[in-house]
Design a binder for this molecule. Structure first.
Ligand code: MEV
Length: 424
């Protein structure tokens, strides 16, 4: 089989046919393919190892977004999400971007920030300088905590000192910048921040309270870019419509919250599927969006000189491939294998591309037919199923309700009766 993520009519296949393609694409073992289905649930011993007071596990639908071409490489993207239309919208946006080569991405080094809060300092500027003069010692002490990370090419890289004005007066906030390589980084950074705190107290004469990672991962960014040709997306008016939608979000925080939520629909779904920390990603994204003092969109849309639509995204991406759920959750492990990502940065870039695709799809729908049309088919299918339509008639009842634009329980029951009579 040609190894491409461009799969025509993937959505029309049965779940087992889709699984067969996914298994082959990701070179998954039968066990990994089973884990992808999640139908067996988690082995009862796993939840108990992951959290306290475990009583079971909670399943979510897992879909596969097709058509993603990123830096010339094909990806099938696993997305765990309860919301209809998200996987279809991402796949469709990725399909339209392929005409211009798909997505192009980059990222910074995987550098996370550990914060040490120093209080009770009368002369903060002097203390700032004293701490910076001891940078070498602080870095050495930090790196002693994690020789493995250092061996892998990571470790504490730099120290930054900020004076923050609190209600009680100035605080000296030390930032330890740590290259965490393929880890999410919280453990390594927190350990280092705790380790350097006594030395900071000693050289400053102040008192340290908090020693913890910052989720505003402004030094660990993933970026993606894609061009959607105007002829593939509905012409000049659609290009203009998407740009108007972006400008609305740029000008108005009320719209911007929803704009960014649409981006996170895509990103979070990949984050969950790969066993990463959705709360870290969410807080990073929104605090980064507000870093200028006004809450801003994470994406930008412009028109190219040829009149096509170009979208870009830049977003903090504290994701890991080692440690935590990524290593113990069998579905997350199989999803990472299916993605074929070799580094945490690569995973972050895939997430950024998916977020951009998701946002483009939402803005295109909103600026044209509206968002409800896309939801209609799945909604109709749910209505048909919950109105008592037998499984063999659900597709037909759904089709008729969508064509009639009458999506109601009573109509589903009427159509079911009509079809039953006809089929007798
Ligand atoms: C719904 O989950 C997401 C959207 O509201 C995003 C947007 O408005 O851009 C459709």
């Amino acid at each position: 089989m040609e190894r491409t993520s461009r799969i025509e009519g993937f959505y029309k296949l049965s779940m087992s046919e889709r699984l067969k393609i996914v298994k082959e694409f990701g070179d998954l073992t039968s066990e990994e393919a089973m884990a992808i289905t999640g139908f067996g649930g988690l082995d009862p011993s796993i939840p108990d190892k992951m959290i306290e007071n475990a009583v079971g596990s909670f399943a979510l639908p897992l879909g596969i977004a097709v058509n993603f071409l990123i830096n010339g490489k094909d990806y099938l993207v696993p997305m765990a999400i309860e919301e209809p239309s998200v996987v279809a919208a991402a796949s469709n946006a990725a399909k339209m971007a392929r005409d211009r080569g798909g997505f192009w991405t980059s990222s910074t080094d995987p550098v996370m920030i550990g914060q040490v809060q120093l209080t009770g300092v009368k002369d903060p500027s002097k203390v700032k300088h004293i701490i910076l003069e001891k940078k070498k010692d602080l870095l050495e002490l930090a790196n002693k905590q994690d020789p493995m990370l250092v061996k892998l090419g990571g470790g504490a890289r730099d120290v930054d000192v900020r004076i923050v004005h609190s209600q009680k007066g100035p605080m000296v906030i030390v930032h330890l910048l740590v290259d965490v390589r393929d880890a999410m980084g919280a453990n390594a950074v927190n350990t280092m921040a705790e380790a350097i705190a006594p030395l900071i107290e000693k050289i400053s004469g102040g008192k340290v309270y908090l020693r913890i990672l910052s989720n505003l991962a402004s030094h660990r960014l993933a970026r993606a870019r894609a061009v959607w040709p105007k002829e593939s997306i509905g012409g000049d008016e659609v290009v203009d419509g998407v740009i108007e939608a972006y400008l609305f979000a740029d000008a108005d925080p009320y719209r911007c919250a929803t704009h960014n939520k649409g981006i996170m629909n895509g990103i979070d779904a990949v984050i969950v599927a790969t066993g990463n920390d959705t709360r870290a990603i969410e807080s990073g994204a929104h605090s980064f969006a507000a870093r200028s003092g006004q809450y801003k969109p994470l994406t930008i849309f412009e028109k190219t000189t040829e009149g096509d639509l170009v979208g870009t995204i830049e977003v903090p991406m504290a994701v890991g491939l080692v440690g935590g759920a990524t290593k113990v959750h069998p579905t997350a492990k199989a999803c990472i294998k299916l993605l074929g990502v070799k580094t945490a940065s690569e995973l972050g870039e895939v997430c950024a591309a998916v977020g951009l695709a998701q946002n483009f799809a939402a803005l295109r729908a909103l600026a044209t037919v509206g968002i409800q049309q896309g939801h209609m088919r799945l909604h109709a299918k749910n209505i048909a199923a919950s109105s008592g339509t037998p499984p063999e008639l659900i597709e037909e009842v759904t089709r008729i309700m969508v064509a009639e634009k009458k999506i109601r329980m009573d109509r589903a029951q009427e159509i079911t009766e009509e079809l039953r009579k006809r089929n007798k």
